[in-house]
Design a protein around this ligand. Structure first.
Ligand code: AMP
Ligand code: MG
Length: 328
């Protein structure tokens, strides 16, 4: 598996910091400037989604111009928006990048993609947009895949407490992982990355399980059955891939995401960044059948019935409990 250069790692970490700062700025505004019309599909989108994607792709276009890109947003919807929305996105991007781009230049960044299919960037500029709009948890999520295998990932989590023991303390964590080199966390505002590891827990009642805040993004009834079957400890609901970050640093032991509709397929950018982080932190990530997750099918992950992430030792137990829960 190809190595990833220090230049690429440092550049994408810096870009994620800038993108997260813009998200923070927009989230702090009195009215969250969501783009009113929903995108085709089911997700809301805000001016910060577009700005963050342009900022990330500005860096990728510079350090890895030939790599292909699987990104959640495109400029097509933004171009149909009113003047004030377009102007605001343009302002956010040009101020953050300190470059005199015109609106068209911002759209070109949002849509940037190279043609080399060996390397692909999976990008969710704001993962958990619903959490972002609720002023709750969200993250800027990026993974670099080589032949469909995540080799670098970054999760910038502006609202996550730096110290899980002090939920009201300083917030903002920048996670990253490099395949074969470990998982790391640093304060989002700067500081040395420290190695993180899943928690070594064997007592089920001390194990914590993570799920989405949005019930429609999972299957709360199924998860509840699993919790009761295995006598697990608390169920914690968090938006976005912040769940993966929480598990990787030992705040929780399981993240279960069953498919909630036969036609639903997970997006590659909703899992590739988090999966590498969890695995490099010593955890395990598979589909609900225990098979390795397949990131080779483009934007959508076609070959799974859901995702299971754990701290490791109870992974097979969880799969068994899920099978029992599915039988009812
Ligand atoms: P979470 O905050 O963990 O619920 O995940 C947020 C992600 O869920 C978004 O980035 C969407 O891509 C994705 N999503 C949207 N609708 C659904 C759905 N019906 N089922 C599963 N995932 C969804
Ligand atoms: Mg997402």
């Amino acid at each position: 598996m190809a190595d990833v250069s220090t230049l690429v790692v440092d550049s994408i970490l810096a870009a994620a910091r800038v993108a997260a700062q813009v998200c923070r700025q927009v989230q702090g505004e009195s009215t969250l400037s969501g783009v009113p019309e929903a995108k085709t599909g089911d997700e809301p989108v805000t001016i910060a989604d577009y700005a963050a994607q342009a900022i990330l792709l500005h860096t990728i276009a510079r350090v890895a111009p030939t790599h292909s890109v699987l990104a959640e947003e495109s400029s097509a919807h933004l171009r149909t928006q009113g003047e004030s929305t377009r102007r605001r996105v343009h302002e956010l991007v040009t101020q953050a990048l300190r470059e005199p781009l015109d609106f068209e230049g911002v759209c070109v960044l949002i849509d940037h993609a190279g043609k080399d299919a060996t390397y692909a960037w999976a990008i969710d500029p704001i993962d958990g947009t619903r959490g972002f709009i609720r002023r709750d948890q969200y993250c800027v999520a990026v993974a670099l895949l080589a032949h469909g295998v995540p080799i670098l990932s970054v999760l910038a989590c502006p609202n996550l407490a730096q110290d899980p023991a002090s939920p009201q303390g300083p917030k903002g964590v920048l996670f990253h992982a490099i395949r074969g080199q470990g998982a790391f966390a640093a304060p989002l505002d700067g500081g040395t990355p420290r190695r993180i590891h899943v928690r070594d827990v064997t007592d089920p009642s001390a194990m914590r399980i993570l799920a989405s805040v949005e019930s429609a993004h999972g299957d709360p009834v199924l998860i509840d059955r699993v919790v009761r079957d295995l006598h697990l400890g608390v169920l914690v609901r968090i938006d976005s891939q912040v769940k993966y970050g929480a598990l990787a640093r030992g705040d929780a032991e399981f993240y279960v995401r069953p498919r909630n509709h036969p036609d639903r397929r997970e997006n590659v950018w909703d899992h590739a960044p988090g999966v590498l982080l969890a695995v490099e932190a010593g955890g395990k990530a598979t589909d609900l059948d225990g098979k390795e997750l397949d990131f080779t099918t483009g934007r959508k992950m076609l070959n799974n019935r859901g995702v299971l992430v754990s701290h490791g030792p109870w992974h097979a137990m969880l799969i068994g409990a899920l099978e029992r829960a599915e039988r009812g």
